[in-house]
Write a protein that binds this ligand. Structure first.
Ligand code: XMP
Length: 532
């Protein structure tokens, strides 16, 4: 590995923005809290709960939010905030474990109940707290706790209760410290977003300025400052992340950007053409379109083992890419500085390690570019502070078409992992045609984009059928459509019968070589979304 691959990522992505630091006590909701804050148009970052007060002071955050967490403040080894953070004078909001931690530090009384409080509960909120401005006196909130604060610390006032929780919210307005036992970040808390915005705007006095337009402007400024007059290379796949990276870089540095698109022949119908149409014709980006279709087909000939397919495709991609990088260097000529940067579409969730393990905050998977010996690039990662929904919004802002901004996830090895057995040109043609029908029919039906991913799979079998009085012995196509939030788990989509019927009829009528259509009704687990 080269040195460049091991460089840690700088956090402090946008120091000029008022920043909310989310102190993560091991909450499953830390990312959700950070996103809620950003939905309120305020920049936020997640940091380990054990961050020191000095480190916080150095970051100059506009506010702090203490998350919930699975531990009890009484447990040995449970995470604790540096008590000195309460002396920093920075507005603070704690949720669940966060309220207990504040009470623990400030001398309140916490008890472990024999019966916990889980699920929806009615909150009775005081009308004078700024936290509950525009929140009715009674509303639904989401609770999930066993410990609770029974006596608020000195200086704190109780501002909300529930039937089972004497201190559902408390505050020390003089020190601008606020806390709730319930979870405002989850959708089940009716006025959760209002409560979070009240804290940000009314208590902390933050002006909402984290808008898509500002994000674009800032990233463009950052790129210009980082890159200067150097040349940048971007591996463009046609997916949303690399497309947004390309569009941002083009806006920032124009002709100093070259995109390399490797067509391995394993793309879906229309995709290679769309990359040319959007990036070369619409954006006028210097685009190197490498036709590596033959090369991949011959490498994949006779290969049936899924992992071997993946290995060959991955390895070859970088081989082709670095060959092109070398050729480009030649093309740029002697007078030009060497290409210094390689742009990557790493997103914020790739960098966060949730929980309280401070030892290794940064995952390494995004650093796995296999640089050939002697080849060095500095990485440039313009999306590293963004969540996926922000990347999509940015794509739209930059003028990328909907079919790219809303493209469903598509695996790097492409159709090769949707063809069971050997990949051949004939099978690719069948799968591409069937897949185009599946996508067109579901796109037309699913205007709400409720289905996460949908595609066709071609198994390596044939079956007997009858078409127009003739016996057929042809291939089946499997339709896969799943609902999911993050691809970690998934369920098969309950598509209407007439939609399934339409897809089946069209595939069999329009795609030569197919005489049967099956629908995959397996969830993940035990299945995976892809078939290989
Ligand atoms: P599985 O099949 O493991 O897939 O349930 C989960 C999600 O990941 C996508 N996927 C990939 N994405 N390179 C990628 O960029 C890959 O090699 C790859 N394999 C699977 C898959 O489409 C689904 O969204």
């Amino acid at each position: 590995m080269s040195q460049h691959q091991q460089q840690p990522h700088a956090q402090h992505a946008h120091p000029q923005q008022p920043t909310v630091l989310v102190l993560d006590f091991g909450a499953q909701y830390a990312q959700l809290i950070a996103r809620r804050v950003r939905e309120a148009r305020v920049y936020s970052e997640i940091v380990p709960a054990t961050i020191t007060a000095d480190a916080i002071r150095a970051r100059k955050p506009a506010a702090l939010i203490l998350t919930g967490g699975p531990a009890s403040v009484f447990d040995a080894g449970s995470p604790h905030a540096d008590p000195a953070i309460l002396q920093l004078g920075i507005p603070m909001l704690g949720f669940c474990y966060g309220i207990q931690e504040i009470a623990h530090i400030c001398g309140g009384r916490i008890e472990t109940a024999t019966v916990g409080e889980y699920g929806p509960t009615t909150l009775i909120a005081g009308t004078h707290s700024p936290l509950f401005a525009d929140v009715p006196e009674t509303s639904q909130v989401w609770m999930s706790h066993r410990d609770s604060v029974v006596t608020a610390p000195d200086g704190f006032t109780v501002t909300a209760t529930t039937a089972n929780c004497a201190v559902a919210a408390m505050e020390d307005p003089a020190r601008r410290i606020y806390a709730t036992q319930f979870h405002p970040e989850v959708a089940h808390t009716e006025y959760g977003q209002t409560i979070i915005e009240n804290f940000l705007y009314r208590v902390a006095g933050i002006e909402p300025s984290w808008t898509t337009e500002n994000i674009a402007e800032q990233i463009v400024g950052d790129i210009r400052a980082q890159v200067g007059d150097a040349h940048v290379l971007c591996a463009l796949s046609g997916g949303v992340d690399s497309s947004v990276v390309a569009a941002l870089l083009h806006r920032a540095i124009g002709d100093q950007l070259t995109c390399v698109f490797v067509d391995h022949g394993l793309l879906r119908a229309g995709e290679a053409e769309s990359v040319d149409a959007v990036f070369r014709d619409q954006f006028h980006i210097d685009l190197v379109h490498v036709d590596a279709r033959e090369r991949y087909l011959s490498l994949l000939a006779g290969v049936t083992e899924p992992e071997q397919k993946r290995r060959i495709i991955g390895r070859e991609f970088w081989k082709v890419f670095f060959e092109e990088a070398g050729a480009l260097q030649q093309r740029l000529g002697d007078g030009t500085a060497p290409i210094r940067y390689l742009a990557q579409g790493t997103l914020y969730p790739d960098l966060i390690e949730s929980g309280t393990d401070t030892a290794a905050k940064i995952k390494s998977h995004h650093n796995l570019i296999p640089f050939p010996p002697g080849v060095h690039f500095d990485l440039i990662e313009p999306l590293k502070a963004l969540f996926k929904d922000e990347v999509r919004a940015l794509g739209a802002e930059l003028g990328l078409p909907d079919h790219i901004v809303w493209r469903q996830p598509f695996p790097g090895p492409g159709l090769a992992v949707r063809i069971i057995g050997e990949v051949t040109e004939e099978k690719l043609a069948i799968l591409r045609a069937a897949d185009a029908i599946v996508r067109a029919e579901i796109d037309a039906w699913d205007s709400e984009r409720s289905v996460w991913q949908y595609f066709a799979v071609l198994p390596d079998i044939r079956s007997v059928g009858v078409m127009g009085d003739e016996r057929t012995y042809a291939r089946p196509v499997i339709v896969r459509a799943v609902s999911s939030a993050d691809a970690m788990t998934a369920d098969w989509a309950r598509l209407p019968a007439d939609l399934l019927a339409r897809m089946s009829n069209r595939i069999i009528n329009e795609v030569a070589g197919v005489n049967r259509v099956a629908y995959d009704i397996t969830s993940k687990p035990p299945g995976t979304i892809e078939w290989e």
